[in-house]
Design a protein around this ligand. Sequence first.
Ligand SMILES: [Zn+2]
Ligand SMILES: [Zn+2]
Length: 346
Amino acid sequence: MKAFVVKGPKEYSVELIDIPKPLNNEVLVKLETSGVCHTDLHIANNDWPRQPKYPMVPGHEGIGIVTKIGPNCKKIKVGDRVGIGYMFSACGQCEYCVGGKEILCPSRVVTSLTKPGTFAQYTIGNEDYVLPIPNNLDILGGAPILCGGVTSYKALKQANLKVGDYVAIIGIGGLGHFAIAYAKAMGLNIIAIDINNKKLESAKNEGAHYTFNANYFSLVEQIKSITNGGVHAVINTSVATNSAILGMSILRRAGKQVLVGVPPKDKNNKIEFPLSILATISGEQQVLGSVVGTRQDTKEALALGEKGIISKVGQVISLEQIGEVFEKLSKGELIGRAVIDFRINK
Ligand SMILES: [Zn+2]
Ligand SMILES: [Zn+2]
């Protein structure tokens, strides 16, 4: 099969490799579509503290048809359409798994880090963790919901907002676009912030009520005046560390900043921002982390996707074009999500 293989940081090519074999409780999936997530680029380039094992096949937003089932597989059958997300599997027994927060399982297995990813004609999934795909979901626009979409949807859920509340979305990349789509569906007032005016324009077209360039000098004052004291929540998808400082400065009292975008590690191998202890205490503000989503969150995010709330795909590509997309992603030039369509033979 054809696969996009990464052999080291910035070292990748499309190659012919063996089709993986489904083991116990695993299924073989022939991919139809797969989104390209910023995380793929970070993992491939070893930008994060956790080192990948090369050679590897990235990709964790795949939709395809099960063509073979492994031993003891009882819940999934050949012909089923399934989604392969960021979480390949979890232990099923720990307090997080039992409590419906399996994404926090300390023994979770991540697609592409320890199991082959979805940038290939075939991949494998675990029968308990592949995601059912709703019948009427557009599988091209819907594939990125499996990571990008659910990540933004779950971050908004964490912020626990009410209809009419103000939410600032910092960083209008793939996650930011999803955050706008879901925030719109939730009836929120949306402020989009980025440093790229083209991205801000697309944010406006997709439903942001206000847009601001992060370099604009009176940004904080203007946002405080529009929102009468600051936003109820910030969904921070930016990969710039400073954006988290900006996020704190535009929160209203009791506001929450939800961190979802992971910047690359600094020269000390750390990813951090300075936080004012006094301002956090006196404003009773909260900083929350949000990592992807559970199977339940994904089900909800896909259900909203089936209702057509997700915007169009930024760019439909072939497996051979992932390298170009990685280039654009690293320069911050990709507008919307790139999705691989395996059904077209380019
Ligand atoms: Zn567990
Ligand atoms: Zn992802």
